[in-house]
Write a protein of this length. Structure first.
Length: 192
């Protein structure tokens, strides 16, 4: 019995977008092993590579004690600020699995989105205030605090407000609690 070989016709070389630059450092996201984000930042820093993981400060209550912990805002991701020659050293770093690509394209993350992540983790608000005039589905803007200028949609109102902020480049929607006194209702369609 003979086996026939199938020939596979591959499309001509496809061009993929790559935002790595030879001399200008840009932000990229790398996927890490589970609970290895802080270690990856430490290892990259030792190599002289700028790395950032947005950490949220949380209080955990256990049976006999309460602890303050720092957990990554986005699990298994670290952001690196690199040039093209630093690409391979990042990949060779222990616990780094791969770069985040969108449809095989290596896209840089805009500086504004990294700044947004820094602002998000820098503000912790647990204030419960009831505000009238805001309703679920309203488009809102933050008008006070470190998140001033951010826009999103009010998704829940239970004595506190939750604001969804879309980071489109990374494909995430972040849900966060915001002091109701820090919100201003926008006219419908303002987010588009």
């Amino acid at each position: 019995m003979t086996k026939s070989l199938k020939t596979i016709n591959l499309p001509a070389e496809q061009e993929f977008e790559n935002h790595l630059h030879l001399t200008e450092a840009r932000w990229f996201a790398v996927y890490t092993g589970y609970k290895r984000e802080k270690k990856v930042v430490e290892l990259l820093t030792k190599k002289g590579i700028a790395a950032y993981v947005p950490l949220q400060h949380l209080t955990r209550h256990y049976t006999r004690k309460t602890r303050q912990v720092e957990l990554p805002l986005i699990s298994c991701y670290v952001f690196v600020h690199i040039t093209q020659p630093q690409y391979v050293p990042v990949l060779e770093t222990q616990f780094v699995q791969r770069f985040l690509k969108i449809r095989r394209n290596l896209l840089a993350i805009p500086e504004a989105e990294i700044d947004l992540l820094r602002r998000i983790v820098g503000e912790i608000t647990d204030i419960e205030v009831e505000t009238t005039g805001l309703h679920q589905g309203d488009e809102v803007e933050v008008i006070a605090g470190q998140l001033t200028g951010l826009r999103g949609v009010l998704v829940e109102k239970r004595g506190r407000q939750k604001l969804v902020i879309a980071l489109k480049t990374m494909g995430y929607d972040l849900m966060m609690e915001v002091n109701p006194g820090h919100l201003r209702k926008l006219q419908a369609g303002s987010l588009r």
